[in-house]
Design a protein around this ligand. Structure first.
Ligand code: FPP
Length: 299
């Protein structure tokens, strides 16, 4: 189960804790560096590909926010002559593994695209299974989220979610609201265009905007004003977007926020996605040069 065996106690690690990949740590005073290696210790099999990949990671340049389009559950099931629902069930194991890997590597926000505003078109049984898997996950893992200092945040239109799911999400969001280590952000009934529409509506409904003349009101509409009204308000934009199952689409996910996000695509179906894929994505991300429209990276 998620991080059960290794609760992070908070505070900087002592230099003597540097037992994993210690030769790679060149900034002995930076507790963040020390922590990444310590947190991966025992989690990666010695001598494995995963461990080799972890050694390639520069712990000072971990993407703060990783977003994931979890795709291919249905195709994974079909390739094994299983019902689609089995693909979703198997996908939950990948969810657990990637939440844990993200936290151990030092990612601060992990956003998972679990259910889009277009997914209601699917058969009713598939929709109800997806919500049941999510509710089961929260019921089973809530203590683990608390113990490991994870905060749950849900983005998307809440109205329209099944009542039981909404209650459970509210409960776990409240339970974890003061947690600091990592935000686990789940996109549910989420659509990127809807999010922008909702942000603009909220801006127009803002009494300070409504009270001023239309010509002046235009002046208060800027990128910052919209960002502050997105479902993701307060979170950094994703640095890295991972998509599984080899599709080259963004599928209405975080349209505003991914303006300068690095995109990494793997042919692996979501139920096959494991820590080695995640670590590879980070290694590849660190090889990219991010210039944000400039001719060189920001200093
Ligand atoms: C894409 O596969 C997967 C989804 C639409 C749902 C993924 C959701 C879960 C695994 C549950 C999430 C729960 C939590 C707690 C995050 P697909 O069905 O689109 O596959 P296909 O493209 O091969 O048909």
């Amino acid at each position: 189960m998620l991080l059960e065996s290794d609760e992070y106690q908070g505070g900087p690690r002592r230099p003597s804790d540097r037992v994993f990949c210690s030769e790679l740590i060149n900034d002995g005073e930076n507790p963040y560096n020390v922590r990444m290696f310590k947190d991966l210790e025992g989690f990666l099999e010695p001598g494995s590909d995963e461990e080799r990949l972890a050694r390639e990671i520069d712990p000072t340049r971990i993407p703060q926010h990783v977003a994931v389009i979890m795709d291919g559950n249905g195709r994974w099931a079909k390739s094994r002559n299983l019902p689609r629902l089995e693909g979703h069930r198997a996908g939950m194991q990948s969810v657990r593994e990637i939440v844990e890997t993200s936290a151990r590597v030092g990612v601060k926000v992990l956003t998972l695209f679990a259910f889009s505003s277009e997914n209601w078109k699917r058969p009713e049984r598939e929709v109800s299974t997806l919500f049941r898997l999510m509710v089961d996950f929260l019921k089973k893992e809530d203590k683990v989220l608390v113990k490991n200092d994870f905060r749950l945040r849900v983005i998307g239109r809440r109205d329209g979610l099944p009542e039981k799911a909404r209650r459970e999400l509210d409960r776990v969001e409240t339970l974890t609201r003061d947690n600091q280590r990592m935000v686990l952000c789940i996109a549910l009934n989420y659509g990127g265009r809807t999010e922008i529409v909702d942000a603009v509506r909220s801006l127009l409904a803002d009494p300070t905007v409504a009270a001023i003349a239309a010509a002046d009101a235009a002046m208060v509409v800027d990128e910052d004003a919209i960002s502050r009204r997105l479902y993701t308000a307060g979170l950094p934009d994703p640095d890295l977007l991972i998509r599984t199952s080899g599709e080259f689409r963004v599928s209405n996910f975080l349209l505003w926020q991914i303006a300068y996000t690095e995109i990494w695509i793997t042919p692996a179906f979501w139920p096959e996605f494991r820590k080695r894929h995640f670590l590879q994505a980070i290694v590849d991300y660190q090889k990219r040069e991010r210039r944000f429209g400039d001719i060189q990276p920001p200093s």
